[in-house]
Ligand binder design. Sequence first.
Ligand SMILES: NC(=O)c1ccc[n+]([C@@H]2O[C@H](COP(=O)([O-])OP(=O)(O)OC[C@H]3O[C@@H](n4cnc5c(N)ncnc54)[C@H](O)[C@@H]3O)[C@@H](O)[C@H]2O)c1
Length: 302
Amino acid sequence: MVTGAAGFIGSHLVEALVAQSHEVVCVDSFTDYYDPALKEENAAGLDVARLDLAEQDLDLDGIDGVFHLAGQPGVRSFGDVFEEYVRRNLLASRRVFETAAAAGVRVVFASSSSIYGDAERYPTPEDTEPRPISPYGITKLGCEQLAYAYGQEFGLDAVVLRYFTFYGPRQRPDMALTRIVDALARGATFELYGDGLQSRSFTYVADGVSATIAAMQHAPAGAVYNVGGGEEATMRDVIATLEAVSGRSLDVVERPAVAGDVRRTSADAKRIEDDLGWRATTELGEGLRAQWEWASVRVAAP
Ligand SMILES: NC(=O)c1ccc[n+]([C@@H]2O[C@H](COP(=O)([O-])OP(=O)(O)OC[C@H]3O[C@@H](n4cnc5c(N)ncnc54)[C@H](O)[C@@H]3O)[C@@H](O)[C@H]2O)c1
């Protein structure tokens, strides 16, 4: 079962599982955090059960494992929107963990590099003290700890994956790379938040999906892994690469930094490599080209 199956990462995960001949049960509530029409497009051809996990329990009869990706993403989570983060991350995950513990079914949970905040060490290994600086990161850390508590008290078999900035085709429209390729394709302006020197461990979505499947199949219960690409790059670096790939120049408008957005992420991915033999293999230039090609074809389409 894949929750959040109509989302950016979930839809790629379902495709990869189907390609490996797994039978997949898809769940999503098509929230309006971004245009649900994009989610319909992501899920085209899939049979998605429309369940709101904050209110409804999963039926895990016949399910071997749950990839729990449904949630409320995005670091712009201060203010009243926090209620959606609590609901779609903490309340929804509580139900998923409790149901999975009762059914004896493994859950692989999509957590985030946001739990580290401005980390005390770079590259950041998993045992670094979590110090999230966004309410989003706080809810994700809370979900990790709920998974641990259900593991200790009710035998939940959970694996936590801390995703580091996934990108590629279908990336969410609120994420920077999608906004850049869209602006390049349309000749529109791009709003750059902060000085552009903030950096990320960008992770190509297909690489992240293979880590996620490997974790379901081979990780020990209770494992926590960073899932991050090998190459750290600044926003200025990715803008330059996408300009070169597209042969266009980006019209950048500078805006103040966003509260909750960390200065740097850099994944230490040694643990997942040692345990599962996984390592990101897609070079940033190659992945950015794939995302540009996807976006430019869409914008050109009638
Ligand atoms: N994209 C990234 O770089 C990244 C990084 C770190 C963590 N994550 C986590 O990975 C997961 C997937 O991220 P994404 O970028 O694909 O986001 P996404 O918003 O595209 O996908 C999440 C999906 O979950 C669904 N959903 C939300 N609340 C739900 C509920 N209560 N019941 C049922 N479905 C619900 C949404 O409709 C959406 O389709 C999220 O949990 C996110 O926090 C993503």
